[in-house]
Design a protein around this ligand. Structure first.
Ligand code: ADP
Length: 151
């Protein structure tokens, strides 16, 4: 036995990686927040996607960079414009769970042409946001594997 891993075994290992080991901390704003505050949060937290939640951290919407840019064009007062009006809302949000494989989640990012999905869990109030999984997290998983001695 040479201790080497075959190509097929490497692919099988990659396919088994799950979201919980690569997810990031979610950055959320309340649904009553203004577009102005969401823009400030996006810059301060250095993320490209914000999740909009209600009082119980239940998922209600998603805000991307382009959503905020679009809202900023031709809107006089971003301080009084609530994110609720411009966000992509439930039930049209692509989500994932911590035990999903990063392979399946990456396929849905590509298929839906989005950069990130919220990691959620079912609670008595609805889908609670517990994480964030992005194209960057997937890229990091692959780079980690290449740095690692698993091959
Ligand atoms: P950007 O707008 O910066 O290109 P995305 O490609 O992620 O970023 O977003 C494209 C559109 O898809 C936006 O309108 C955004 O609200 C929406 N979107 C982003 N993430 C999701 C998601 N997880 N589920 C549903 N819609 C999403």
């Amino acid at each position: 036995y040479t201790g080497r891993t075959s190509g097929a075994q490497i692919i099988e290992k990659i396919k088994k990686l799950t979201v919980k080991d690569f997810q990031a901390i979610p950055v959320v704003v309340d649904r009553s927040s203004s577009v102005y505050d969401a823009i400030v949060t996006m810059f301060l937290e250095d993320v490209g996607t914000l999740f909009v939640v209600d009082q119980n951290t239940v998922l209600s919407g998603v805000l991307s960079r382009k959503d905020l840019l679009r809202a900023s064009i031709g809107n006089k007062d971003l301080h009084t414009l609530p994110v609720d009006i411009i966000m992509t809302r439930m039930p049209n949000i692509t989500i994932c769970y911590k035990d999903d494989t990063i392979y399946n989640v990456a396929k849905s990012l590509i298929e839906k042409q989005i950069d990130a999905v919220p990691v959620v869990r079912e609670s008595e109030h609805g889908l609670e946001v517990i994480g964030r999984f992005t194209k960057t997290n997937f890229t990091r998983a692959i780079v980690d594997l290449m740095n690692n001695d698993m091959f």
